[in-house]
Design a protein around this ligand. Structure first.
Ligand SMILES: *[C@@H]1O[C@H](CO)[C@@H](O)[C@H](O)[C@H]1NC(C)=O
Ligand SMILES: *[C@@H]1O[C@H](CO)[C@@H](O)[C@H](O)[C@H]1NC(C)=O
Ligand SMILES: *[C@@H]1O[C@H](CO)[C@@H](O)[C@H](O)[C@H]1NC(C)=O
Length: 514
């Protein structure tokens, strides 16, 4: 077993060194992130850096503070449209009313669309959009960028797993009998109840999502750019979709040639830790790591939950490292609190055995990649779905915010700490993930250059894109068949009636004859 792991581990090292052919020429590429959550950039930057190292010029447009020490071929441009900044949204309040997120999205998207093309850096880039060989657009709430990509060659990049709504646009309608949706997943095989729910949500969600994220943007931008076609036409014209998805980390589903799985581009071995953190993690005690990610601060969680964590951590016979952004109310002997932590390097430390977090997708992938057991505390959006997926994968137990007590926290942490099955399963999945012909970043680089080399690569597009629902599901043919059957039934009935009439009218004469 150990030997096998060693062999596969070294394979993993080889794949990332397998050389791509040199590029035909340096390209000029633009990456647009309208909403700009920090986590999206975490996923995109490995591709941006790899493209820059191959000699391409990559301009990154987002609302984030520029990163320091990046390759000189990377131009970071900061825009000022920050309506989607998570500091302005009370995510804990949203947990109690999950449907409200659609209203929140709708108002954010409308405001963004109103301001986007009045922002000077965005305006200047928009004027220059013809200079780029390729535009890459963030798929998640990226609709404000659609005027940039009209009549341009573009691809999308999705920091989340495959989105069935996008898949349908690309001509690959997913089957809700075994593919979940953007907000829910179920244990496979789906029970009849799950299949009904899955079908219902797959039909409803495109409308709900569209009316909150696409329609308000389209309404606003059609006023500013009257020449634009319907947004659904522009969306359907994307050359290719890169997605943060891989069958080892989820489940197998069908893809068409322009849906490319580049799941885990951000995953990498740990780098050396800052000295104080390294010192704390080293030693003989196993360590629990807690963080609610970059969008959520542990310090603003509900007071009762915060107290429950404090008293539970105090009782644990393990060390705890906690991303906590304020002065701690009281220092605990076994707990190190820091307002920021290099997450992957912490997870990569061999003593870190349990990760308590909100089940954002990037963190989930990092935990599994580094063989850490997981305690999920999902809050909103796709986190609940991710938590179910991780449970199904056998690497996690789940806690609910509504029942976060000291006892529940202790039970969950002990369960994952004391049973190595969660970490063993994570390591097993990690081994399968690493066994790929090309690293996810190289795969993304290859397909990005491919689309430019082949002027939009229209030959990758599925003919299903040009079929209506009625044609795809054979509804037109079914209607004709049903009509024919109905006509046949009517004709048969008529015939029976005629025969009966014949008998009835002929019988009295027979009687007479007798
Ligand atoms: C979280 O903490 C960081 C660092 O202290 C701060 O800059 C940010 O505004 C906080 N965010 C929220 C949502 O409270
Ligand atoms: C559709 O994509 C092709 C290939 O990338 C591009 O040449 C064309 O201009 C696009 N059409 C529209 C309407 O955006
Ligand atoms: C887990 O192990 C700890 C000691 O490391 C022990 O105190 C605790 O009772 C165990 N809990 C469970 C549920 O096995």
């Amino acid at each position: 077993m150990l030997l096998k792991q060693l062999v596969i581990f070294s394979l993993g090292i080889i794949f990332s060194e397998a050389a791509l052919a040199p590029p035909e020429r340096p390209y000029n590429i633009l990456l647009i992130m309208p909403t700009s959550p920090g986590s999206h950039r975490v996923f995109f930057m490995p591709l941006v850096r790899a493209l820059a190292e191959r000699g391409h010029k990559v301009t990154v447009l987002n609302a984030l503070k520029p990163l320091e020490g990046e390759h000189p071929n990377i131009v970071q441009i900061r825009h000022g449209v920050t309506h989607a900044n998570p500091d302005n949204i009370d995510l804990f309040a949203l947990r109690l009313e999950p449907m409200k997120i659609f209203d929140v999205f709708a108002s954010i998207c409308r405001l963004m669309a109103q301001d986007f093309y009045n922002d000077p850096p965005i305006k200047a880039l928009y004027e220059k959009r013809d200079e780029f060989d390729l535009i890459i657009l963030d798929h998640i709430i990226g609709e404000a960028g659609l005027p940039f990509v009209h009549e341009r060659t573009y691809i999308t990049i999705n920091p989340a797993p495959m989105d069935p709504i996008q898949s349908a646009h690309l001509g690959n309608l997913q089957n809700p009998a075994y593919v979940g949706n953007m907000i829910e997943d179920y244990t496979r095989p789906f029970s009849i109840g799950s299949r009904v729910k899955s079908l219902f949500i797959s039909l409803l969600l495109p409308r709900l999502w569209g009316s909150s994220t696409i329609d308000p943007v389209e309404e606003e931008l059609q006023k500013q750019f009257p020449h634009l076609p319907p947004f659904s036409d522009i969306i359907r014209n994307q050359s290719l979709a890169l997605m943060n998805s891989h069958f080892s980390l989820e489940f197998p589903y069908p893809v068409v040639p322009n849906q490319i799985q580049v799941g885990g581009m951000h995953l990498r071995p740990g780098n050396p830790l800052p000295e104080d953190i390294d010192e704390f993690l080293s030693g003989s005690s196993p360590v629990v790591y807690m963080s609610l990610g970059s969008m959520l601060n542990s310090s603003i969680m509900p007071e009762a939950a915060k107290q429950a964590f404090f008293s539970a951590f105090e009782k644990l016979p393990f060390k705890v490292i906690w991303k906590f952004e304020q002065e701690p109310p009281k220092p605990l002997r076994n707990v190190l609190m820091k307002s920021w932590l290099p997450q992957q390097d912490v997870l990569a430390h061999p003593n870190v055995k349990v990760f308590i977090y909100h089940c954002g997708w990037l963190g989930s992938q990092e935990a599994v990649y580094h063989g850490t057991g997981i305690v999920c505390l999902p809050l909103f959006g796709d986190q609940i779905k991710n938590a179910v997926a991780l449970e199904n994968l056998g690497v996690a137990v789940r806690l609910e915010w509504s029942s976060v007590t000291e006892e529940a926290i202790l039970a969950a942490v002990y369960e994952v700490m004391n049973n190595s099955k969660y970490r063993d399963r994570a390591s097993q999945v990690s081994t399968i993930f690493k066994d790929q012909p090309m690293s996810p970043v190289d795969t993304a680089v290859f397909w990005t250059e491919y689309v430019i080399r082949h002027h939009g690569a229209v030959h990758l597009r599925s003919p299903e894109r040009d079929l209506s629902w009625a044609q795809l599901l054979y509804l037109d043919v079914e209607v004709v068949v049903l009509l024919l059957l109905y006509a046949a039934y009517k004709a048969f009935k008529k015939l029976v009636a005629l025969c009966r009439g014949f008998f009835v009218s002929s019988q009295p004469s027979k009687i007479k004859q007798n």
